[in-house]
Design a binder for this molecule. Structure first.
Ligand SMILES: C[S@@+](CC[C@H](N)C(=O)[O-])C[C@H]1O[C@@H](n2cnc3c(N)ncnc32)[C@H](O)[C@@H]1O
Length: 235
């Protein structure tokens, strides 16, 4: 591990990394996914499908790609983009269309929202950064209305025939891109290692089911390195 792990779990060092990489986050994402990230965010926004006039939460909104897409797609819905990195939120607020979103500083481990306040929740690349994944999903279940859907974009540990090639690419290419594009090899070494160590969609589905979600499904993307998962809170 190349980052300093704090004693209170992942929170503090992850927060520092995202504060640091906010300025070149979009550029790096574009390069690392060969431009596919925006397309996946559009799919996440399309799949959450909140009720007309409803409330949508985009958690770990970062520079706001999913939140902005959701606000554009659902003009009658109130979209809240929440993140614990003030730097990320600053970048999000400066983007075209940002006035259509409510931006809020919030920690996914302790959400500042009432029970059953949202018709839908989206999130991109949050779960692999948290120390207690079931607790973070439990918080989302708490603030979601019955019948509401959560849609999750995540990285996925590679498997199958392409596994050795993809693992090599991630271990070598991602930190190298971090060095070349962002002059920050260390932060991108963390992002690569947190991806390799992360859960499979099957194990996330087990947690979601245990919390009371149903209609759980997923689609892998980009040689199985990314995944979009969805689940509905039981009525
Ligand atoms: C890789 S970025 C993803 C941003 C955006 N969702 C996207 O798809 O481009 C992960 C984001 O999660 C945020 N994050 C990580 N842990 C968090 C937590 N416990 N509470 C709130 N935000 C968190 C980081 O600050 C960062 O902005």
């Amino acid at each position: 591990m190349t980052t300093d792990r704090t004693q209170d779990g992942k929170g503090s060092d992850v927060h520092g990394i995202f504060q640091k990489i906010a300025g070149y986050y979009d550029r790096m994402n574009f390069v690392m996914t060969l431009g596919r990230h925006e397309k996946w965010c559009r799919e996440v926004a399309a799949r959450v499908a909140p009720a007309r006039g409803g409330q949508l939460l985009d958690l770990a909104t970062g520079t706001g790609v999913i939140a902005l897409e959701a606000a554009r797609r659902y003009p009658t819905v109130t979209v809240t983009g929440a993140d614990f990195s003030a730097e990320m939120l600053r970048r999000a607020k400066a983007k075209p269309g940002a006035d259509a979103v409510r931006w809020q500083h919030a920690d996914a481990t302790d959400l500042p929202f009432e029970d059953e306040s949202f018709d839908g929740i989206t999130e991109g690349y949050l779960l692999r950064n948290v120390a207690d994944l079931p607790a973070v999903l439990r918080e989302q279940h708490r603030v979601l209305k019955p019948g509401g859907r959560v849609v999750i974009l995540e990285t996925c540990p590679p498997s199958g025939l392409v596994e050795p090639v993809v693992k090599w690419g991630m271990r070598v290419i991602v930190p190298l891109l971090g060095q070349v594009v962002a002059r920050d090899r260390k932060s991108y070494t963390y992002l690569e290692s947190s991806t390799r160590a992360f859960e499979t969609p099957q194990s996330i589905a087990v947690v979601l089911r245990g919390l009371g979600f149903r209609d759980i499904g997923w689609r892998k993307k980009f040689f199985g390195t990314n995944v979009i998962l969805w689940a509905t809170k039981a009525n």
